[in-house]
Design a protein around this ligand. Structure first.
Ligand SMILES: Nc1nc2c(ncn2[C@@H]2O[C@H](COP(=O)(O)OP(=O)(O)OP(=O)(O)O)[C@@H](O)[C@H]2O)c(=O)[nH]1
Ligand SMILES: [Mg+2]
Length: 134
């Protein structure tokens, strides 16, 4: 995906490279998505604590050898699902009490992996609006 964005009056062409999370892409992922990237965005869904843990145990260690100097953004997706309940149960799969990932947990992981910023967004609610700063 390529988008033209303006920053302080200057137009920048921003291209993103994404690979599906399945085994077929595993060997090619570094060349398809990591090498040569100016910014690394590590994304997880805030309705699944295990995905936040994966950012530390899998995605960050996986990207570091191929893009050690690019600034990292940690991005919490599906933000519309935070705190959403179905009856008396949260719409979350792995939180310690079934709850969604908190901002504090996310910020702590962002610090642990040396991310320059933690942002959240919801493809469902935000459309093409800017991501929310946290
Ligand atoms: N509620 C909600 N659901 C979302 C949002 N974004 C994606 N989904 C849903 O989450 C599921 C997975 O979305 P994908 O965009 O395929 O997730 P992905 O991480 O790219 O998945 P892989 O490419 O397989 O790694 C789909 O059922 C989407 O409809 C969102 O912002 N809010
Ligand atoms: Mg995908």
């Amino acid at each position: 995906m390529v988008a033209n964005v303006q920053d302080h009056g200057k137009w920048i062409q921003l291209g993103s490279r994404d690979t599906p999370n399945n085994a077929f892409y595993e060997p090619a992922r570094p060349l398809l998505a990591y090498v040569g990237s100016g910014i690394i965005a590590i994304c997880f869904a805030v309705n699944d604590l295990m995905l936040l843990e994966d950012t530390m145990t899998r995605w960050h260690p996986g990207v570091m050898p191929f893009s050690p100097r690019a600034p990292i953004l940690l991005l919490g997706c599906n933000a519309d699902l935070r705190g959403v309940q179905d009856g008396d149960r949260y719409v979350a799969s792995n939180g310690p009490n079934g709850e969604t990932v908190t901002m504090e947990q996310s910020r702590s992981v962002a610090d642990a992996i040396g991310a320059v910023q933690y942002l959240e967004c919801s493809a469902l609610l935000d459309g093409d609006r800017d991501q929310r700063e946290c």
